[in-house]
Design a binder for this molecule. Structure first.
Ligand SMILES: Cc1cc2nc3c(=O)[nH]c(=O)nc-3n(C[C@H](O)[C@H](O)[C@H](O)COP(=O)(O)OP(=O)(O)OC[C@H]3O[C@@H](n4cnc5c(N)ncnc54)[C@H](O)[C@@H]3O)c2cc1C
Length: 338
């Protein structure tokens, strides 16, 4: 019986580890950092099904997750859309979610090594779930922080600025704590004290920046990431990659966490067959790659196209006019992107 080693204890790595442990597979998980911690994330999950959570054995973790039913979108200062989500999005802070998954993984007998950075050297039995591929030249910047004193009236908010977008998500049942997370273009000269407010002003989102200025941010929750690109992360590599390490969907979809879980679900039967000696490592890896491609290719392609629209002047004008005239097929897009 063969063992599995997983590099990266994010959502893909932990959920895969739990699912394998529940099937009796020995798993070593190596995580470069520690738990719990804040992560750059919009903290709402679009698209994940109850079935995926059940297969992975992680449905109970979400028993008390928030259920978000509706969303409002702004283009600059102009509200362009208010819609009901065809399927509610799950809401939970990453601090809480990652910690709950870690606990279950260890309770199931998984071996976790924190502060342990693995090397991306392909070898039999190694699953690479270590997140995005580092790309130093990338101009993308992700920022997030938790705020008190913002009233979202129960909606998920999305604000589109010049070359940027930012989402606001309630993370407590009474809506008193709100996660604010955005994707911006990197720039050199920052002015204000709060990098999120500063980035918003630079994107022309003055009204939202003023709202955040009047609210209170938990300074410990402020996190940022850069050096990443969206789309395929180089799946042709000889590693067996899952989650963001395989491909990154643009964050406006709120579907990246679902993809992390779904990728674990796709890999599970093939890794189990490898563990039982039914298929070779090369065969398991090939089947996993096919399964991921089948499930994610068209979803990510559509999301990348829309991301380009959201971050360019002409695309924004077209989206605004479609949304304001009521012809934007929101429900269809939502289903295709999740
Ligand atoms: C700005 C922004 C907003 C987002 N908002 C949302 C949202 O609202 N909803 C949504 O669904 N998705 C969102 N996402 C995407 C989502 O966060 C990711 O898709 C998801 O976290 C991917 O999970 P993962 O397990 O693949 O990777 P990660 O969660 O990144 O986990 C990878 C883990 O590997 C560890 N690691 C890295 N290198 C090594 C190494 N060499 N050895 C060992 N461990 C290593 C890291 O410390 C990390 O813990 C957002 C992304 C961005 C950038």
């Amino acid at each position: 019986m063969k063992k599995i080693e997983i590099a990266g204890g994010g959502l893909a790595g932990l959920s895969l580890g739990i699912a394998l442990r529940r099937r009796g597979v020995p798993v070593l998980l190596r995580e470069a950092s520690t738990y719990p911690r804040h992560r750059v994330c919009g903290e709402f999950i679009n698209g994940v099904t109850e079935n995926t959570l059940e297969v992975l054995g992680i449905a109970p973790i979400f028993h008390d997750a928030l259920r978000h039913h509706s969303t409002r979108w702004w283009m600059g200062e102009c509200r362009i859309l208010e819609a009901t989500l065809p399927r509610p999005a799950l809401g939970m802070s990453r601090w809480e979610m990652d910690e709950r998954l870690r606990r279950v993984f260890e309770e199931e007998g998984g071996v976790l090594r924190t502060n342990d950075r693995a090397k991306p050297v392909p070898r039999e039995g190694l699953v690479w779930a270590a997140g995005r591929h580092l790309e130093k030249e990338s101009q993308l910047l992700g920022l997030k922080g938790h705020f008190e004193g913002l009233n979202l009236e129960g909606y998920l908010e999305m604000h589109i600025g010049e070359g940027s977008y930012i989402g606001l998500t309630p993370i407590t049942p009474d809506g008193s704590l709100v996660n604010v997370c955005g994707l911006f273009k990197k720039r050199k000269n920052r002015k204000g004290e709060n990098p999120i407010v500063d980035a918003l002003r630079h994107s022309g989102l003055e009204v939202l920046a003023d709202r955040l200025d009047r609210a209170t941010m938990d300074p410990k929750s402020l996190t940022g990431i850069s050096g990443f690109h969206l789309g395929s992360q180089g799946a042709e590599s000889a590693l067996c990659t899952l989650g963001d390490a395989e491909r990154m969907i643009p964050p406006f979809t709120g579907n990246g966490m679902s993809m992390a879980f779904e990728s674990a679900e796709c890999a599970l039967p093939h890794l189990f067959r490898y563990h039982s000696g039914e298929v070779s490592w090369e065969e398991a890896k090939k089947r996993i790659r096919c399964s991921l491609d089948e499930r994610f290719r068209s979803r990510v392609k559509l999301a990348l196209g829309l991301h380009r629209c959201l971050t360019n002047v002409v695309g924004r004008a077209i989206l605004t006019s479609a949304a304001c005239s009521g012809v934007l097929p929101f429900s269809w897009l939502h289903r295709r992107l999740s």
